[in-house]
Design a protein around this ligand. Sequence first.
Ligand code: 5GP
Length: 194
Amino acid sequence: MESLKQKILTEGKVLSDSVVKVDSFLNHQVDPAFMQSIGEAFALRFAGSNITKILTLESSGIAPAVMTGLSLGVPVIFARKRKSLTLNEGLYSADVYSYTKEKTNKISISQDYINSDDTVLIIDDILANGQAALGLADLVEQTGAALEGIGIVVEKGFQEGVAMLEKRGIRVESLATIASLDNGRITFQDEEAI
Ligand code: 5GP
């Protein structure tokens, strides 16, 4: 997605050879019109898949997931990272290790919103080592629903997540794939079709 690549190039800040900061449009501030175009791009890629629910992880997955849900006309469920007073029983849970935060989070969804009749699309902001995506896929498996695939806004193709997910037979669609962040420079893989 060309406009996304331009946004990453002009607004992204390379923090190290493996971490890019994209707070201005993805992880802190959200540009609603731009996010809507991201939702439309995911909807195009998964058109004809009969998706009935979208699953994401709080908090940065919510904006692209909601815009995709708007385009596809389906509800969006976001997994929570901590228990709340109102979400503490009847849960599906999975453990997700975060390399950036060096800790394991338990992520959970209520058993009320996804069931074995559903076909689920997972949406997330950034794919690195794939632990968040794998935790979400684990939740989908617990519900008995079919997993159609995973839509990622920014994939870091030089980390192991995408290969690990595809080895498990999971379809991964990324709107922008970063090939390298070496020497403070962002370079993309050039396979994007949309
Ligand atoms: P994974 O589980 O794939 O290793 O990491 C996924 C999560 O870690 C993303 O949802 C994102 O919140 C965070 N993350 C991983 N790498 C980066 C990065 O380079 N930049 C930012 N901003 N977040 C990242």
